[in-house]
Design a binder for this molecule. Structure first.
Ligand code: ADP
Ligand code: MG
Length: 614
């Protein structure tokens, strides 16, 4: 019997390879535009017809090709971009596989016109299904023009596999964005048939983002982007992240490394976590983040269509990225999105005078807790210490509301009793607040009617306070007269010991009674009537679960569990003084809009909406 193994003809081999590289019109666009970028083009014109089925044309003003190269370019594994395997690790070009043009030519009818600066005449190559039909010198501009016609003309199965025009176009746009967003120094024009869909001048990344996504509402994009920038010897990261209130269900999220789009689920998580508690779980922030690293420290995916990239220093970069985003978000202060009037102050009666203005916040009892009404006895506390404490606590708080303007009035030091009295009087004079169903607080603001969920608002307030206590150890304890006993199993006890320092900072105090047995001697002074043992077990349970998932902070979990337990419940009647205190404290929080677990705290019925009803 004769030998049966033979080499496949080029046309078949290329078609098989094309199956990997060229899956749909979008892949052609990607490969050709990347080639133009690699050729140093500063202006790239794109034209598609029938979602790229009948024509994809890319014209660039790059360096062009010589006559021989123009022919060579269609050979498989023909590339000018790398020579040795090692070159893969110092890659600065988009292409390197040398298979795109061979693949395209295997499954479409291709016309290439190209000329270099130094050549008088250019060259035209016509090739279809890997067969060269024409090669001749022609007059043409410097640069390269590719026309790819009738994609999959010779592979009916693949042609049938293409989706509707809209789907194919959206794939095309996806590829286009991934390139255009990281090549703002290149101008693009993009026609879909007769329609110009993009005309992007040379710009910077930020303007490029706005030009691409801000077509309908540019202003919105200008308002929403916060700059991130950081540079270490491992990595430099720059780019833009969207303000939390612009988060959306299908957000625009882009990572680039060394000028190349990449997917990176791990870094994505760093971004999402940096927004922790600022946006609802169902929404996601927009981001455009550009990494520059030494090419030696990344591993570009060898697979032609995969965009995952491996970093040598993934963990370190994770932290750097996370810090950079938190800084950007912090600088911007995450203010509530409801529009208070110009000065950012809540509606105040116009007849404000030194007599009826509410006293400065420094006179507030910082430990004041609306639990007072439910039989909770506020412990006897050192007033002085509290004021001092509160002052300090307030320092890092940012709020869009400029309380200061109404606060620089004579500060009289009041005794606790007369203070309470005066507080009530002053608040009454401001009383535009109303508790509805013992559950919501309604208050007039400039733009309409603000409705606040009291339980959620208080959860946010206490969460911020507790987290601050855990991290800065500034808490006040409340001694327990008859200590309760906490009994744990060995496993839980081990974990309990781990969170003990946090609990101590929150004002809890324990005495070790025996193996795995503790008596609770003091609790956080905010705790109110919640059952201590149940609460501790709850905290323990949640913290244990959290510990398994490094993406959630244990501190946050403890603070949230405690805040949930200690906060005002729905159905609890509040005095107007308590309502005002709650509002003030809520707006002193960095993020008064949402609870730490992303539940909406407040909503505004706009004036317009209200007036329409009459
Ligand atoms: P790769 O980009 O991986 O090198 P391609 O098959 O995409 O492989 O392209 C083959 C070669 O053709 C490139 O290495 C480059 O030298 C040349 N080439 C392709 N497109 C252009 C272009 N628009 N301008 C100049 N040269 C090009
Ligand atoms: Mg290429």
């Amino acid at each position: 019997m004769s030998d049966i193994i033979h080499l496949l003809p080029d046309s078949v081999a290329n078609q098989i390879a094309a199956g990997e590289v060229i899956q749909r019109p979008a892949s052609v666009l990607k490969e050709l535009v990347e080639n133009s970028i690699d050729a140093g083009a500063t202006f790239i014109q794109i034209l598609i017809k029938d979602a790229g089925r009948t024509l994809i044309q890319i014209v660039d003003n790059g360096k062009g090709m010589s006559e021989t190269d123009a022919r060579m370019a269609f050979e498989r594994h023909a590339t000018s971009k790398i020579q040795h395997a090692d070159d893969l690790f110092s890659l600065r070009t988009m292409g390197f596989r040398g298979e795109a043009l061979a693949s395209i030519a295997a499954v479409a009818q291709v016309e290439l016109r190209t000329r270099r600066e130094e050549d008088e005449l250019g060259v035209l190559v016509e090739i279809a299904g890997t067969r060269v039909f024409k090669q001749e010198t022609v007059q043409c501009d410097v640069g390269t023009s590719f026309q790819v016609k009738n994609l999959f003309f010779n592979v009916p199965a693949r042609r049938r596999f293409l989706k509707s025009d809209n789907v194919e176009k959206s794939h095309i746009l996806t590829e286009f964005y991934r390139i255009a967003l990281v090549n703002s120094s290149v101008a693009f024009s993009f026609y879909d048939g007769e329609d110009e869909i993009f005309n992007l001048p040379i710009s910077n990344n930020k303007i490029r983002i706005e030009n691409i996504f801000g077509k309908t509402s540019k202003k919105k994009w200008q308002q929403q982007l916060l700059t991130i920038e950081t540079s270490t010897n491992l990595v430099s990261i720059c780019g833009y992240v969207g303000k939390p209130e612009f988060a959306q269900k299908s957000a625009n999220q882009y990572f680039f490394v060394n000028g190349r789009y990449m997917r990176h689920p791990y870094f994505h998580k760093a971004v999402i976590l940096a927004y922790n508690q600022m946006i609802q779980a169902s929404e996601s922030p927009n981001y455009f983040i550009y990494f520059e690293v030494d090419p030696q420290t990344i591993d570009i995916n060898i697979h032609p269509t995969k965009t995952e990239i491996k970093f040598e220093n993934e963990q370190a970069i994770w932290s750097i990225l996370s810090a950079a985003i938190k800084e950007a978000l912090g600088k911007f202060n995450v203010i509530p999105s409801i529009d208070f009037d110009q000065e950012g102050a809540v509606d105040m009666p116009t007849h404000i005078s030194a007599e009826n203005i509410r006293p400065p916040q420094t006179n507030f009892n910082p430990n004041y807790n609306p639990f007072g009404t439910s039989g909770y006895k506020r412990p006897n506390l050192d007033w002085e210490q509290l004021y001092g404490d509160f002052e300090k606590e307030k320092e890092p708080v940012h709020s869009s509301i400029n309380w200061e303007s109404s606060l620089d009035l004579n500060v009289t030091t009041l005794s606790p009793e007369s203070e309470q009295q005066q507080l009530i009087e002053n608040f009454e004079s401001r009383a535009e607040n109303f508790q509805y169903k013992n559950r919501y607080i309604l208050t007039g603001i400039k733009s309409g009617l603000l409705m606040i969920d009291q339980h959620r608002a208080h959860t946010r307030i206490l969460f911020d306070l507790f987290l601050n206590q855990i991290e800065n150890a500034k808490s006040i304890s409340q001694q327990i007269l008859f200590p309760e006993i906490l009994e744990l199993n060995a496993d839980d006890a081990l974990f309990f010991e781990q969170i003990l320092p946090d609990l101590n900072r929150l004002g809890f105090d324990f005495e070790v009674l025996g193996k795995y047995e503790y008596s609770v001697k003091a609790v956080s002074s905010h705790l109110g009537t919640a059952s201590v043992i149940d609460l501790l077990l709850d905290i323990l349970e949640k913290a244990k679960t959290t510990a398994l998932d490094p993406s959630v902070g244990i501190h946050e979990t403890i603070a949230l569990t405690l805040a949930e337990a200690a906060s005002l419940k729905s159905g609890q009647r509040l005095s107007s003084e308590e309502i005002n205190d709650l509002i003030d404290r809520l707006f002193a929080c960095q993020n008064p809009n949402f609870t730490p677990d992303a539940k909406k705290i407040m909503t505004v019925f706009s004036q317009d909406e209200l007036e329409k009803r009459f």
